[in-house]
Structures are given as structure tokens and as C-alpha cells.
Design a protein around this ligand. Structure first.
Ligand SMILES: Cc1cc2nc3c(=O)[nH]c(=O)nc-3n(C[C@H](O)[C@H](O)[C@H](O)COP(=O)(O)OP(=O)(O)OC[C@H]3O[C@@H](n4cnc5c(N)ncnc54)[C@H](O)[C@@H]3O)c2cc1C
Length: 379
């Protein structure tokens, strides 16, 4: 399948690139060093229609297609992965709301989400169950016209800043993945507490925490979609999440390549710029080739998703996520090599990119899980 960027896609790329260059890059190192959440930049991004840009116009969104949202993610991460993550994750869970939520949920929350007024989180992983989503132990018990939710969620992006969460819980614990349901949970509710996780390797401008749910009572109409269908609802959009992480990986890889190329042109050894040494220029050539290949696969996967969520889209999304994330870590590593000793300290952004890139091999399904999915979907 071919992909083609329209004039609109190119205009979106230019707009995000400019926002990244002018507003994000200058403050990126500071946010990383201070682990500070970029409140103002999130608002600026929302004003530019970059928060949850897939949301349809009827709920105030920019209604971008999958390729356009992929480009937005890529350029935000190219500007800075930590701040890109903070902006890009505001809409976590919104896809579930959009496709399976009742009309009142969408009308109440989606416009405020795209305006930057509220943040959402998606709470799936648990301390004892990450890759094995079906093993989750959080339980939602029906009690009259309410559900009572009990459990712990781990590694939740936006845990401490979210206004609402999409919480996955077992409504029929004996039935494994056939007994999971999705719930809309406002975070100010009694019984919900969060614990910040502040010792992350990278993407430090992004919020992360643990969520503790103790006798949290939500009205029965806060069930999203059908009871016991939550796992299947989640599965329908796994491919989107994976392409999004692939785009993050392409963005941080491109940023690493940009920084390495610039440094190689300026740094002189033995009386000439180091880019004139074939060992260095070949390293840059390999990095550029890896970035371009990862981008192509990612755009192909985005195009396949746009055409319909079929077997091919699932396979391509996992391939893109696997390939782009592994290349991103290698390219960021090479960018440090090009910088020599200067790459090992925080004076240059490549030290940060190396730490930031690493997450793309872990979340939304690890590399090992992606390989299993690809193997299961071979023709
Ligand atoms: C910064 C960050 C943000 C995150 N954000 C969110 C979020 O917003 N919401 C959310 O719900 N979760 C989130 N996560 C959780 C993330 O999705 C999980 O960490 C990831 O799915 C892996 O689960 P785990 O950490 O429990 O590792 P485990 O599942 O324990 O895996 C450990 C190792 O075993 C391997 N492994 C496990 N099972 C298999 C298998 N069947 N075959 C081969 N190898 C296997 C894994 O590949 C890995 O190498 C986030 C994590 C991080 C670090």
C-alpha cells in the first residue's frame, strides 16, 4: 500500500515544526531537568488544535485523519519527547470514549479535552499485569445503580493531573479477557488516590503515577460500551496506539539525526570537520536510512488503519512500532557517538534523546509482544 502526503498534511507538519522550534525546544532541557509538567505549552498546543487532534469537529476537535495525527506526534516528539509526550497523552482514553461512550460522555468531556481544559488518562496496566492485560485484578462489582471498583493501576500516564480516567476492570473475573469492562471515572471521586512516579529515565516532562481505587462508586451509566466487552473495545484501537508510538520513535530518531548532523559539521578534529571522516559520514548515512525506513513503515501503517482496521493494519502497526522503536534507540545511541564526550553530558540534547527514546520499546506492548503479534498475523 502506498501513502501520499496531501498539501494539508504538509501544512500541518510545517505548523507543528514551527511551534516545536519556537516554543518547545528552547525550554525542553529545563523541563527535563526539573521534571516539570509543561502546563502553558499544553494550552498553546490546544490553541493550535494539537491536543487530541483526531476528535471530530462536532465535539470541537480538528478531525485529523490517522496520517495527520501521526505527523503531529512525530513533529512534537522531534521538538522534544518529554513535552511531546505531555501534549500527546492529554487525549489518552479519548478514543474509547469517542467510539464506545454514550453521547453525554462525549458532549461533556471531549470539547473540554481538545480545548486543553481537562486531561484524560487510560488505566490498564497493573503492578502484577502489564503485557498480560487479560490477567488484570481490578474488579468492578455491580451494586444497584452503581459499580464499586477496587484495585491498583500502575505506570499510568497523567495519573496525577487527569480529570477523568478510562479505567479497565473485571466485571466477570472468572472469564479472563471476556470479563473486562471500561469505566469513565472522574478523578475527584471518593476512594481514588494517586501516587506520583518521579524517578523516570526519560520523558520527564510527562506525568506518571500509580492509581489506587478503594471502593470507588461510579454510577452504572459510567460504563463505556458494553459490559464484558472492554478488552475487545480496547483491541480495536491497539493499532492506533502502536502507530502513535512508532511516530514518537521516528520523531526522536529524526531529532537525534538532526543534532548529530549539525554537530558533525561544526566539530573539528585533525584540522577538519568530523563529518569529513568517512566513519562519521557513514554513521550519519546509516542513521538517515534507518529514520526514513521507520517513517515509511509508520506512514504505511497509518494509511492502512485509515483504510480499515483489518489484519493487515494490525500487522503493519506492530511492525512499525517494533521497527521504529528499535531504530530510534540505535540512532540516539549513534548520535551520542558522533558527539564523543560531549554526547555523554546534558549540554547537548542527544543525552536526553537517548533516555527518552528508550520508552518506545516498552509501552503499548513491548518489542517482544509486537514480535508475537506479527508472528500470529503472518500470511
Ligand atoms: C513511562 C510509561 C508510561 C506508561 N503509560 C501507561 C498508561 O498510560 N496506561 C497504561 O495502562 N499503562 C502504561 N504503561 C505501562 C506499559 O504499557 C507496560 O509497562 C508495558 O505494557 C509492559 O508491562 P510490564 O511493565 O508489566 O512488563 P512485563 O509484562 O512484566 O514484561 C517484562 C518483560 O517480559 C517480557 N514478556 C512478558 N510477557 C511476554 C510474552 N508473552 N512473550 C515474550 N516476552 C514477554 C516483556 O517483553 C518484558 O521484556 C506505561 C509504562 C511506562 C514505563
Amino acid at each position: 500500500m502506498a501513502f501520499e502526503l496531501t498539501a494539508e498534511h504538509l501544512a500541518i507538519r510545517r505548523a507543528v515544526e514551527e511551534f516545536g522550534r519556537e516554543e518547545i525546544r528552547p525550554v525542553a532541557a529545563e523541563h527535563d531537568a526539573q521534571h516539570s509538567y509543561p502546563v502553558e505549552l499544553v494550552q498553546q498546543a490546544a490553541d493550535l488544535d494539537l491536543v487530541a487532534p483526531h476528535v471530530p469537529a462536532e465535539y470541537g476537535g480538528a478531525e485529523m485523519d490517522t496520517l495527520a495525527t501521526t505527523i503531529v506526534t512525530e513533529e512534537l516528539w522531534r521538538a522534544d519527547p518529554g513535552i511531546g509526550s505531555a501534549i500527546g497523552s492529554r487525549g489518552f482514553g479519548s478514543t474509547m470514549l469517542l467510539h464506545f461512550g454514550d453521547e453525554w460522555m462525549k458532549e461533556r468531556w471531549l470539547p473540554r479535552l481538545v480545548e486543553g481544559e481537562v486531561a484524560c488518562a487510560s488505566a490498564i496496566s497493573e503492578p502484577a499485569h502489564g503485557s498480560n492485560v487479560a490477567g488484570m485484578e481490578t474488579i468492578a462489582e455491580r451494586d444497584g445503580d452503581q459499580y464499586i471498583i477496587n484495585g491498583r493501576k500502575m505506570w499510568i500516564t497523567n495519573a496525577n493531573i487527569a480529570d477523568i480516567m478510562v479505567v479497565m476492570a473485571k466485571t466477570k473475573p472468572a472469564d479472563g479477557h471476556r470479563g473486562i469492562s471500561a469505566f469513565l471515572v472522574p478523578t475527584e471521586i471518593d476512594g481514588l488516590a494517586t501516587e506520583p512516579i518521579e524517578n523516570k529515565l526519560g520523558i520527564r516532562a510527562s506525568d506518571l503515577g500509580e492509581v489506587i481505587l478503594e471502593d470507588v462508586r461510579v454510577p452504572a451509566d459510567h460504563l463505556i460500551g458494553d459490559e464484558n466487552r472492554g478488552f475487545y473495545q480496547l483491541m480495536e484501537f491497539f493499532a492506533n496506539g502502536r502507530v502513535s508510538v512508532a511516530a514518537q520513535a521516528v520523531g526522536v530518531a529524526q531529532a537525534s539525526l538532526d543534532a548529530a548532523t549539525e554537530y558533525a559539521r561544526e566539530r573539528e578534529q585533525f584540522g577538519r570537520p568530523i563529518e569529513e571522516f568517512q566513519a562519521v559520514s557513514h554513521m550519519l548515512a546509516d542513521m538517515a536510512t534507518a529514520v526514513e525506513a521507520a517513517r515509511s513503515l509508520t506512514y504505511r501503517a497509518a494509511t492502512a488503519i485509515e483504510a480499515g482496521h483489518d489484519e493487515r493494519a494490525t500487522r503493519l502497526a506492530s511492525m512499525a512500532k517494533l521497527f521504529a522503536s528499535e531504530r530510534a534507540v540505535e540512532v540516539a545511541d549513534d548520535a551520542i557517538q558522533v558527539h564523543g564526550g560531549a554526547g555523554y553530558v546534558s549540554d547537548h540534547p542527544v543525552e536526553r534523546y537517548y533516555r527518552d527514546a528508550r520508552i518506545t520499546k516498552i509501552y503499548e506492548g513491548t518489542s517482544e509482544i509486537q514480535r508475537s503479534i506479527i508472528a500470529d498475523h503472518l500470511d
